[in-house]
Write a new protein. Structure first.
Length: 134
């Protein structure tokens, strides 16, 4: 996959979130880390009615859902503020499924792609390789 110069790359799972910008061009990807506001993990989870149960007694999934909702809220706000003009989302498959329905229409309009892969905690080179081979 080729990313335009200045494109933003969001890498997320249910606990971690990183933002990068393509400082290179479409022919040569060069990601640089971007600072971002902390993710508000207090959001209501994306799965209505899901709460701790015997299958999930500690509510861990509720925490991940809340974090995922916080990630998409932050991305929506950045897009609406004009801070993101092209966006690639790389997320663990479950996280991607949770955030996709919450994309604002303007976020969907600037979305250049999605990669369903958990790359949080991986090196920047691993992220760049995943993008190059997508």
């Amino acid at each position: 996959m080729q990313l335009p110069k200045g494109a933003t790359v969001a890498v997320a799972d249910g606990e971690k979130f990183n933002l990068y910008r393509n400082a290179g061009d479409e022919a040569e990807l060069k990601l640089t880390a971007l600072a971002h506001d902390p993710v508000n993990a207090d959001h209501q989870g994306s799965t209505p009615g899901r709460h701790g149960s015997s299958a999930n007694p500690d509510g861990g999934q509720d925490k991940e859902d809340g974090f995922s909702a916080g990630v998409v809220d932050l991305l929506n706000k950045k897009v609406l503020a004009g801070d993101i003009s092209a966006l690639l989302v790389i997320a663990a498959p479950r996280t991607l499924g949770a955030i996709r329905p919450q994309y604002h229409a303007r976020l969907s309009a600037v979305l250049v792609g999605e990669i369903a892969k958990d790359l949080t905690g991986h090196s920047l080179q691993d992220v760049q390789k995943a993008i190059a081979t997508a």
